[in-house]
Design a binder for this molecule. Structure first.
Ligand SMILES: C[S@@+](CC[C@H](N)C(=O)[O-])C[C@H]1O[C@@H](n2cnc3c(N)ncnc32)[C@H](O)[C@@H]1O
Length: 934
């Protein structure tokens, strides 16, 4: 697919399907000239809610979208006209002539515009203001619109006013004085407008947009639109959320993907897809210039950079990811789960070893934070690190100051070894009994299998059950067909080339299954493969041994691996000789049958891979590794949970000091999560749930925005005394300066705790995001004194730990917990946190009220202590429960009748739908208002 086009499509769809719906910040766009289209997002949402959310009918949604978007556009126009007429001096007073001004979009029939006898020219500022209130950006409107005067009272249904020119009539002909409501009434009855709109109806926006596109491009447009719609499908199992983890010092909000249900290892998230487009070097350069090269991937097969777009592009990198890229076809990518993921966790993949600088030295993933590597590596240890023994050097390979020097060497060495590894596979066979060629064969075969699978078995956890499945399959089929001609390519050579050519190695995600080359290219690769290898590598025993070691590792991991990019982890070199000798000895000691068995075990092992994409191939077995470094002693936190009152400080402190922090944290996280799930489980009765309920259940709080330290704070506040000990500053060698860098997405500053420090980023991404909002209300009483009415989190002001981030925080105001009333919303105070607001708007569900079937005395956090400060939103079974938070905010000024009504009904017992209408928020207020209009 053409890069330019795909990037434009992606900007458009991420805007209308994400930014305008789901998120309260704008995702990064690839085109600087992108402007949000003037499409009513509530209309789009309605289509999604009608067609996709309940039944997953994306085809119908696409049809509707294409048909109605222009109509929505005109609705907006009417509002603008009304706003202007009601308050501006350009319009006459109630008793006098009044022009209702309709802005006719540029794209609308030109005849209408030429027919207009416009008198009133809109000032750009006035228009900006009106439109600003409607949450629309203001592009160069002056070039996009033309004023037209219409006199409402005199325009009859069949008046051919548009073509005969607009006649100006007196507003006083109207029976009622000009009031906002009358205009609404008029527009609703809309004689003229019904005619007008029906005309517009035939000129829809997207059709116009697509008119200039070829049939293939139109197809791609629709296909890409569907990729975004898949996000809303009931069985999608993921959603796009926000995170500050990767946002740099300014804690910029970025997008991430969080899962909305539990995923098991081996599952494929086939509704979270991305498309890859080939990119020319100059295009890449352009992206780089604008700092928009976020989704660039290196295709080792195509030997070029590609752009990776679609919802899948929001998956962030983690050095110990829980998913890996897999192919849905030559240009289509999705994810395979490689570690069990709990609902609410962030989905992560491995981009490549050097994506974030040498050895990912700038990586901010949770794993790096836990291990104090990457961005979180200690400056403190740097200088000593490089000069110590080799083994130690490998242990501290990611230390910061030595990073450049070391990694340069490391990479060179690595690439060399890698190349030799490939080169001398025959020699290695002599050393090692398992045939490398065979293994590579398996890899290729598996890659085929993976792609073939797309067309075949859909019996996985997320198979397509809806009418669009055929369309999806069709796409996949097309992709697969293309793939069939290309998968024969041997991927190892480009991989080696990539590793070898240090200068050319791009800072890109490494996806290796891209395989769209022409057969000519494939032949070229094959030719290269058969060429004699470079003689520049020595054949010394040491080299051969290294090769053997690499192969030993290679063979040690699961051979069913689609990824082909091979990156050698520094850990691999450790105990290299030992391992080879041991393996050989063991193998040789077996009789023929056992050897056969050993091999088949290797073949069958489907659970050992823990690294996605390129890292998996040669990474040491993760389980073994983890067992080595983190023995599982009893966890202090577990004890606290089990016996909160009986655990003494001494017990805790001794436990705390007796075990490695990672272990404690990890256990704590798991344990708390389990406890919570257990508590919540008692609320639910899964078997009785309808399909819809299942979906609702799947939609969860995505805690990326949640301050992980808030959770810590909550935990610590829940057993303040007990945990007091643990809250002493960590004896970690990390300097205090460095600690500040453990910023993550925290808003609340709490002491770093030795045992709980890494709770916020406990191993992998299974961190607090999967935790409930335990004791949220206890931690509330924030400075602003506001709690989210749904989840109870405190809507407190942002505390930015990094002084350099302060200005950025201001810019991010709307995307944070911080609120500041603007002129437009002077009477509005936030009552839901952004996440809950989003769920209410999009899913018609108050988070986390869904799925709760009956009142069990448990509050929403799953605790049974009946804390009166905790909020229990009305649910199916407990709809009459009074919400303390409602009471708490009841003295606030209601902003609309609707608010008051729904407010009343809340206190008398309401349906869930009624409940979600209250209280007003910026979006609900606006959209509510606009809905009232039409
Ligand atoms: C493919 S995008 C992922 C989605 C991205 N967060 C967004 O909002 O569009 C890749 C970008 O995400 C950020 N990112 C992802 N993983 C990261 C990590 N482990 N460390 C630092 N930045 C990361 C970087 O800005 C990177 O360029």
């Amino acid at each position: 697919m053409d890069f330019c086009l795909l990037s434009k499509f992606d900007d458009l769809f991420s805007d209308i399907f994400l930014d305008a719906q789901f998120l309260w910040f704008d995702t990064i766009k690839l085109n600087t000239d992108h402007r949000r289209p003037r499409i009513r997002s509530d209309k789009v949402l309605k289509i999604i809610q009608d067609k996709v959310l309940p039944t997953g009918k994306t085809n119908e949604a696409v049809k509707e979208l294409l048909r109605y978007v222009m109509l929505s556009y005109m609705d907006e126009v009417i509002v603008c006209g009304m706003g202007w007429g009601s308050g501006n001096s350009n319009s006459n007073t109630q008793e006098q002539q009044l022009d209702i001004i309709i802005i006719i979009p540029y794209l609308v029939d030109k005849r209408m515009m030429s027919a207009s006898n416009s008198r009133t020219v809109w000032g750009r500022d006035g228009l900006t203001k009106v439109r600003g209130n409607l949450h629309h950006p203001t592009p160069s409107l002056s070039t996009m619109i033309q004023p037209v005067n219409v006199v409402p009272s005199t325009v009859e249904k069949n008046d051919d006013w548009a073509y005969n020119g607009c006649q100006r009539r007196s507003w006083k002909d109207m029976k009622k004085p000009f009031m906002r409501e009358n205009v609404m009434d008029w527009t609703t009855r809309g004689n003229a407008f019904s005619y007008f709109l029906s005309d517009i109806d035939r000129m829809d926006y997207f059709k116009h947009y697509l008119a200039t596109k070829s049939a293939k491009q139109q197809q791609e447009f629709i296909q890409h639109m569907k990729r975004y719609l898949y996000m809303y499908m009931p069985n999608a199992g993921f959603e796009i959320a926000d995170t500050r983890r990767y946002g740099g010092a300014g804690r910029r909000v970025e997008a991430c993907v969080t899962v909305t249900k539990d995923w098991k290892t081996g599952d494929e998230m086939r509704l979270c897809t991305g498309m890859i487009a080939h990119m020319e070097p100059h295009q890449e350069h352009e992206l780089k210039k604008g700092n928009r090269d976020i989704s660039v991937m290196w295709s080792t097969r195509k030997q070029c950079n590609c752009l990776f777009l679609g919802p899948a592009r929001f998956v962030n990198h983690d050095c110990d990811p829980n998913a890996k890229f897999i192919s849905l076809g030559p240009n289509s990518v999705t994810f395979k789960i490689i570690k069990d993921i709990s609902c609410g966790d962030e989905l992560t993949a491995f981009y490549g070893k050097h994506y974030f600088g040498e050895n990912n030295c700038e990586c901010r993933c949770a794993t790096c934070e836990t291990k104090q590597t990457g961005y979180f590596a200690s400056e403190h240890d740097d200088d000593d690190t490089y000069s110590v023994s080799t083994e130690k050097e490998e242990d501290t390979a990611y230390r910061r100051s030595s990073r450049k020097r070391k990694s340069a060497l490391h990479d060179h060495h690595e690439a060399e070894l890698l190349y030799r590894n490939k080169r001398s596979s025959s020699e290695i066979q002599r050393l090692h009994p398992i045939e490398l060629e065979e293994l590579i064969g398996v890899l290729d075969k598996d890659e085929h299998a993976d792609i073939d699978d797309v067309d075949g078995d859909h019996s996985g956890s997320n198979r397509y059950e809806y009418s669009d499945s055929s369309a999806i399959k069709q796409e996949q089929h097309t992709d697969s067909m293309t793939t069939a001609t290309t998968t024969a390519t041997t991927a190892t050579i480009p991989a080696v080339k990539q590793e070898m050519d240090e200068d050319e190695r791009p800072k890109v995600m490494s996806i290796h299954f891209l395989c769209n080359e022409s057969s000519k290219q494939q032949q070229q690769y094959r030719r290269e493969d058969s060429l004699p290898r470079s003689p520049s590598f020595s054949h010394s025993p040491l080299d051969l041994l290294c090769n053997a070691v690499l192969d030993a590792e290679y063979l040690n991991v699961r051979p069913k691996q689609e990824d082909i990019t091979v990156v050698v982890s520094s850990n691999i070199h450790r105990d290299a000789t030992d391992r080879v000798m041991r393996m050989n000895n063991q193998y040789m000691a077996l009789d023929g049958q056992q050897q056969q068995h050993w091999r088949s075990m290797d073949d069958d092992d489907s659970t050992s891979d823990t690294k996605a994409d390129s890292a998996v191939g040669l990474s040491p077995d993760q389980d073994t590794y983890q067992q080595k470094v983190t023995p599982p002693p009893p966890s202090a936190t577990n004890i606290i949970e089990a016996h909160p009152s009986s655990t003494t400080k001494d017990d805790l402190s001794s436990l705390s000091s007796a075990q490695p922090p990672q272990t404690t944290t990890s256990s704590a996280s798991t344990s708390i999560a389990t406890q919570w799930q257990h508590g919540m489980g008692s609320l639910f009765d899964d078997e009785q749930l309808s399909d819809l309920d299942d979906f609702m259940d799947d939609v969860s709080d995505l805690s990326s925005v949640c301050s992980s330290d808030s959770a810590l704070e909550s935990i610590s506040s829940s057993s303040d005394e007990t945990l007091g000990h643990l809250c002493t500053p960590s004896p970690s060698p990390v300097s205090s300066d460095k600690k500040k860098r453990s910023l993550n997405s925290n808003q609340t500053q709490v002491p770093r705790m030795s045992s709980l420090a890494s709770l916020s980023s406990s191993s992998s991404t299974t961190s607090t995001s999967s935790l409930p909002d335990t004791n949220i209300s206890k931690s509330s009483g924030g400075k602003s004194g506001l709690d989210c009415v749904a989840c109870g989190r405190t809507l407190n002001s942002e505390t930015v730990s990094d002084p350099s981030a302060a200005d950025v925080a201001v810019a991010n105001e709307l995307a944070t917990w911080t609120w500041s009333p603007s002129a437009a919303f002077a009477d509005w105070r936030p009552q839901r946190c952004p996440r809950c607001e989003r769920h209410v708007r999009v899913f018609n569900q108050e988070w986390p009220a869904r799925k709760i079937k009956k009142s069990t005395g448990l509050n929403l956090t799953g605790r049974t202590d009946g804390d009166p400060t905790l909020i229990v939103p009305p649910t199916k079974g407990a709809s009459k429960k009074k919400r303390p938070a409602t009471k708490k905010h009841s003295n606030r000024k209601p902003t609309s009748n609707q608010y008051i009504n729904s407010f009343k009904s809340t206190s008398t017992g309401v349906t869930r739908k009624q409940y979600i209408r209250s209280p007003p928020t910026p979006t609900s207020e606006i959209f509510g208002g606009v809905e009232d209009l039409f």
